[in-house]
Design a protein around this ligand. Structure first.
Ligand code: COA
Length: 194
């Protein structure tokens, strides 16, 4: 009797989850096709608003927790082995507030955002147009990043300021020996899987 109930439960679940799985696969396919480039082992969880997709390049072994907002008109490049916590907003455009219309002109300016390899971005971070986070950088929770962050620099605050550096020797050793934290295989909460 128990086995019968388990069987019925499994069948019901498969049937009810099928439409969700289908829409998930379709969304994944759209993202994978649309992005400028994407490596293996990339996980982006929902809600995720990324546009335009063809201006976003993502390396391999990258996890981006939703909610995430990436406005990439100026181009966004995310390196490999990058972790972005929930609540991140990456912005590459500015409106012209001193032009011929209010509150801003019709034209916009665009500057790329570049995120190097092995970067960790904490929760609720805003990254402004034109910023480069060099490899190994760490951004503290709740920061607004207005300026470039040097290799292995640890910044925090609004505006984010340099607090310290990672231990560079240890960083280089880990890198040389390929000691990377692989993004977990658990795909259940994720929008995109590559
Ligand atoms: C940035 C961070 C990694 C630094 O951690 P740490 O090396 O232990 O740094 P400390 O706690 O020694 O802080 C160093 C200085 O930065 C300040 N600071 C640290 N994090 C800060 C933050 N998020 N915002 C503002 N200031 C911060 C500290 O007050 C301290 O300032 P002081 O030197 O004037 O006293 C950590 O504070 C952080 O923000 N982690 C992100 C957590 C997160 O988002 N997790 C999501 C899970 S993925």
């Amino acid at each position: 009797m128990d086995r019968l109930l388990v069987g019925v439960d499994f069948l019901l679940r498969s049937v009810t989850l099928a439409p969700r799985r289908l829409s998930w696969h379709m969304r994944n396919a759209k993202l994978r096709r649309g992005l400028k480039s994407i490596g293996k082992r990339v996980r982006i969880s929902e809600p995720a608003e990324l546009f335009p997709l063809d201006r976003i390049a993502i390396g391999w072994n990258v996890v981006i927790h939703g909610p995430v907002f990436i406005e990439a008109n100026g181009g966004v490049s995310i390196g490999s082995n990058v972790a972005i916590a929930r609540g991140c907003q990456i912005l590459t455009s500015n409106h012209i507030y001193d032009g011929d219309a209010l509150p801003w002109d019709h034209a916009s300016t665009h500057k790329p955002v570049v995120i190097g390899d092995n970067v960790w971005i904490g929760a609720d971070v805003v990254i402004l147009p034109g910023v480069t986070l060099h490899e190994g950088a760490v951004v503290g929770a709740g920061s607004v990043v207005t300026r470039d962050v040097p290799k292995c620099g640890i910044v925090a605050g609004n505006p984010a300021v340099l607090k310290k550096h990672r231990d560079i020797e240890r960083y280089e050793r880990n890198k040389r020996e390929g000691r990377l934290r692989l993004v977990p295989d658990d795909i259940s909460r994720h929008t995109l899987v590559s």
